[in-house]
Design a protein around this ligand. Structure first.
Ligand code: GLN
Length: 440
């Protein structure tokens, strides 16, 4: 399945605090989260041999609660992708159908949880990279509010979008992990100085009186009818449980993907400038300095990373900055305003996580636009900085999982947990596991 890049064989339980909530619990992490003394590469050749001298704050927090950092999960190179095929270490496969992608970019994390290879995993989400693989692999994935979880030690992609979050089998496990991950961190100036509630207290089966909105713009042409059927059925179930379901409008949705691929690539090109053969990982030696930079970056980065560096550098270049980047930021504000307005009328917005179930390996790899469009329902959430969760809501006729996305107001993860838990306990899709016979 190629879900893991490295395991942590010498883990010593005796060094762990004896009585702690996660004592010995195997948690795996996406390979863009720094672990002290362990190679961390973002599944890229350019970070080969890069061993961080410190732990990311999330790793520190997990360790302090006794968790075993079990393995490092495969991913799209630098988290650029929706299929986990752009990894320099080969594609990850979907445990429900080994010829299909697990989604991305946290595909290794989602596949590993789905196949019970680890109890929980961390992913990162810039435009959907926790939620879309969770949907494709039939597990739970939460993208917290921007600022809810520290990004210290997360190798940056789009610094104004990135959030770390849990990928788990159940909503309760996600809540338990969020109790540990969330909270202010003085090492991350964008982390919010806000108290962290006990998320497990939000796990009630009751959604009576909850107002749920279905955005018209998310039920559009191009969405797989089987996905739409399952998601609409999910809305009906929540209605039966006492929620009020109505239609809402998010009029600027159509611009989301375009805006994201301007602003996020601009941030990415700037963040990736530091990988030049001097401080981190790969260095192509015995060359004059300029050629060393060129050769290292040419040999170190894969195709998608190069595409994004070029696009990002272009949209930031003088003369184009106003036309693209600045305009993109303005439209981003309109998209955020859409959500602010919608959340005056409803508490939760319900959508599909992705327009289709898992696609075939190779199907979209050479068609970047088709690949980018698979994030059409997850990207607006990152543009607005709001939290969203993907939970299993059924299966296609060929047995592939379908994901339901729930979105809420900034810092209202509790309402997501409450809604997701009520739905999960009613439907029990999480009890179905992929049958794994004959690894590929
Ligand atoms: N698939 C989107 C992209 O390619 C989102 C990736 C992510 O969230 N890291 O940028």
């Amino acid at each position: 399945m190629n879900a893991f890049l490295r395991f942590n064989p010498e883990y010593d339980l005796s060094s762990q605090p004896g009585v702690s909530p996660l004592f010995g619990v195997p948690v795996s992490v996406k390979d863009n989260i720094c672990i002290q003394g362990k190679e961390t590469t973002c599944a890229s050749k350019i970070l080969k041999g890069h061993v961080p001298p410190y732990d990311a704050t999330v790793i520190e927090r997990l360790k302090s609660k006794g968790a075993t950092i079990f393995g490092q999960c495969n991913m799209d190179e630098f988290a650029f992708g929706s299929s986990s095929e752009t990894s320099a270490f080969g594609p990850v496969r979907n445990p429900w159908d080994l010829d299909r992608v697990p989604g991305g970019s946290s595909g290794g994390s989602a596949a590993a949880v789905s196949a019970d290879m680890t109890l929980a995993a961390l992913g990162s989400d810039t435009g959907g990279s926790i939620r879309q693989p969770a949907a494709f692999c039939g597990v739970v994935g939460l993208k917290p509010t921007y600022g809810r979880v520290s990004r210290f030690g997360l190798i940056a992609f789009g610094s104004s979008f990135d959030q770390i979050g849990p990928i788990t089998k159940t909503v309760e496990d996600a809540a338990i992990l969020m109790n540990i991950l969330a909270g202010h961190d003085s090492k991350d100036s964008t982390s919010a100085p806000m108290p962290v509630p006990d998320y497990t207290k939000a796990l009630r089966r009751d959604v009576r009186g909850l107002r749920i909105g279905l955005p018209e713009e998310y039920f559009i042409e191009g969405i797989d009818p089987e996905v739409e059927k399952n998601v609409r059925a999910a809305a009906e179930i929540l209605k039966r449980l006492g929620a009020e379901v109505k239609s809402v409008k998010l009029p600027h949705t159509a611009y989301s993907v375009a805006v994201y691929y301007i602003v996020a690539v601009a941030e990415a090109s700037s963040n990736l400038g530091r990988f030049d053969g001097v401080e981190y990982g790969l260095r192509i030696p015995e060359k004059p300095l300029r050629e060393m930079y060129f050769e290292t970056r040419d040999q170190g980065f894969g195709r998608e990373a190069k595409r994004r560096i070029l696009l990002g550098t272009f949209v930031l270049s003088s003369g184009y900055y106003e036309a693209y980047y600045l305009k993109g930021q303005k439209v981003r504000t309109l998209i955020r305003d859409d959500f602010n307005k919608a959340f005056k009328e409803v508490d939760v917005i319900l959508t599909p996580t992705a327009p289709t179930a898992a696609f075939k390996i190779g199907e979209k790899l050479n068609d970047p636009l088709a690949m980018y469009l698979s994030d059409i329902f997850t990207i607006p959430v990152n543009l607005a900085g709001i939290p969203a969760i993907s939970i299993p809501c059924g299966f296609t006729s060929s047995g592939l999982p379908v994901g339901l996305q729930l979105m809420a107001k900034p810092f209202d993860e509790e309402t997501l947990f409450r809604t997701a838990y009520a739905f999960e306990q009613e439907t029990e899709f999480y009890k179905k596991n992929p049958k794994l016979d004959g690894e590929k």
